[in-house]
Every structure is written in C-alpha cells, then in structure tokens.
Design a protein around this ligand. Structure first.
Ligand SMILES: *Cc1c(COP(=O)(O)O)cnc(C)c1O
Length: 347
C-alpha cells in the first residue's frame, strides 16, 4: 500500500492537556479548530472530553455543529468567529456559544437569537478580532446585563515571554474586564506558560495539546510514516527529480517516498528536511513533488520499507524549522490522503 500513515497518540494529547491544566487553578479548555490542527477533531475531542475537558473552542460555526454531534449536549462549544451572517441556525441548533467580536455581531445575535448564550471577544492590542476598548465601554452596560458566558481576548506575542506586549495586553484586559463579574479567558498555550496572572478562569490551549512549541515539555503526539515505493541506484553525475536540483556526488541509492506537497510536505522542504529510519537520518534529495519525495538511503544497511518524517527523532517543530515555518503550519497542512490511525486507551 502506498498510502502513508499518520499515527495520532490520543493518550499523549490527553496527557498534554492534563499537564497544561495542572499549571494553574483555571479550568483548561481545548482548542480543536481546523480539525484539531489536522489530527481529527472527532477523535481528539472525544479523548479530551474523556480526560475531563468541558469547554471546547472552534473557529467556525460549521466546525462547532460537527463537534456537537461528536460530543453530545453537555460540553460548551465556543466559536471564535462569533455570530456571522448565516450562522444563526447552526448556533441555535447545535447550542454553540459565539464569541461576539463587534457591535454589529452583538446586534445580529440579539435580533436573531434573543436570550441565546454568547461570549464577548475584546481586542487588547492584537488588532485581529474583538471589540475595541471604546466600543466595549459603550456596549458593556447592555451586554453585561445579558450575562455573557465569557469575556476573552488573545495575546499576540505569548510565545515570547520577554515581549512587553504581554504585560500591556494583560493590563488592557484587566482594565476592560475587572469587576464585570463574568468568567474570563486570555491564555492560549503560550499564555498558560507565562504564568498564573494570565490564566483567569478558563484557558484555551491548542498547539500544546498536539505536541508543539512553545510547550517544550509536551509529549510527542504524531508519527508520520512514508512508504517507499521504489529504491533506485543513481550513478555519480546523475540527477534526481524535477529541475535536476540534486546531482549524485557518488554512487547513491535513492528511495522514492509516497507523499509530497499535496500531503503537506511543503516544497520548501526540498534539500533541507530529513526523514528517519529509526534514529538514522536520511536527507531529502531532489525537489519535493506533488505525491512523491526522494531520500538518500545510501548509508542504510537494509533497504527501508518506510521512512518517518515525523517521529521521536524529528518532531513537528524540528521539521518546521527545516522548512522555514512553524509547527502549527506543518500540522494543519497534513493532507487528507494519509491513513489516520488514532491510538491510545481512549481511541
Ligand atoms: C488558535 C487559538 C487559540 C489556541 O492557540 P495555541 O497557540 O494553539 O494554543 C486560542 N485562542 C484563540 C483566539 C485562537 O485563535
């Protein structure tokens, strides 16, 4: 079979969630947007619910509606994009909690679904989503009277503890929410690691659950194993792949692996990333193409049947660094063609 295998360790995800939850007193939620960062939202969310998570976050109402079918009626499902035009039926039917980000959304929510639970998203300096301080001051009396479920904001630089932006956003969040008498949330994974001042009532870890930085102590979660379709001998001076970008410097053996940029092994990995036979690295050679990638296996004693590109020897952040990106992008780019195998007690 030429289909590559992406193995997802649900016990490791649950252990990462518990470890992040244990860093403070706040309730730990779980961010499962973008199909749980590409790892399968239904299986991941079920495992996290079994571990004790009661509050989930998604980006879109459609994601929330699907998640509700998986999780049943009890957990809270918050929607970061708030209440968009066309979302009302999904929000009502799936009992989602939109995080309203502008006065216009507050009006839409009140008109379409009066009395339906909501939260409010505040901008504390990132300028991506959320009400500005002046907008919030004008609306707070009315919105607070309707008892929002959550007041939240998002940190722009939480993965860099030394940035003064973190304390500035914390100060702004406090100024806008102190005394409101409503549950508050500021910290994603990076914010949790900044310390308890940032935790408030509910945290929103995402990447840390899935084994990525900045949660350095995370258990590794994913293994991505690529079958070898063919191994060929390449004579010195011969080239490999599109554009002849790699020339064999010596008699070489090159394995052709069954995944490429259509599967999220981005073309920028060409000539920079490695795959592994156990702990032994094999450099990628030739351009990463749509469905295939070459690796130099000359130094391996046995011809490999498969080589791993994500494994204990190479985590998402190491691979990301080789490709000039971040672990988040490596995970969410993992394509739909992999056989996703969920393992662990909660699988
Ligand atoms: C994606 C996201 C999170 C989770 O962030 P991580 O860095 O993956 O932990 C939390 N809050 C908001 C608003 C987000 O968009």
């Amino acid at each position: 079979m030429a289909r590559a295998t992406l193995t997802i360790d649900l016990d490791a995800i649950a252990a990462n969630w518990r470890a992040l939850a244990a860093m403070g007193e706040a309730e730990a939620g779980a961010v499962v947007k973008a199909d749980a960062y590409g790892l399968g939202a239904a299986r991941v969310a079920a495992a996290l619910a079994a571990a004790g998570a009661r509050s989930f976050f998604v980006a879109l109402a459609e994601e929330g509606a699907e998640l509700r079918r998986t999780l049943g009626p009890s957990p809270d499902i918050f929607v970061f994009s708030g209440h968009m035009d066309g979302d009302s039926a999904a929000i009502r039917d799936a009992a989602l909690i939109p995080l309203l980000n502008a006065p216009e959304q507050a009006r839409r929510h009140r008109a379409a679904l009066p009395g339906h639970p909501f939260g409010v998203q505040l901008d504390t300096g990132m300028n991506r989503l959320g009400m500005e301080e002046a907008e919030w001051q004008a609306l707070a009396p009315t919105l607070l009277a309707e008892k929002p479920r959550l007041l939240m904001s998002h940190l722009a630089c939480a993965d860099e503890p030394d940035r003064p932006m973190n304390a500035a956003q914390l100060g702004a969040f406090r100024r806008m929410t102190d005394g409101a008498g409503v549950a508050r949330s500021l910290a994603a994974t990076g914010g949790i690691l900044l310390g308890r001042d940032y935790h408030f009532d509910l945290t929103r870890p995402g990447i840390g659950l899935y084994g990525g930085q900045p949660f350095a102590a995370a258990h590794p979660v994913v293994t991505l194993s690529l079958p070898v379709i063919q191994i060929r001998d390449v004579a010195p001076g011969e080239t490999v792949g599109y554009g002849n970008t790699w020339t064999a410097p010596r008699p070489s053996r090159v394995a052709t692996l069954a995944a490429g940029y259509a599967d999220g092994l981005i073309r920028a990995m060409t000539g920079r990333a490695r795959v592994f036979a156990g702990a032994t690295p094999c450099p990628l050679v030739g351009r990463v193409s749509m469905d295939m990638t070459g690796a130099d296996v000359t130094h391996l004693a046995e011809p490999p049947e498969a080589l791993d590109i994500l494994c204990p020897a190479q985590g998402v952040d190491t691979l990301a660094e080789a490709a000039g990106t971040i672990g988040y992008e490596i995970l969410t780019a993992l394509g739909p063609r992999y056989a996703r195998i969920h393992k662990g007690a909660t699988a």
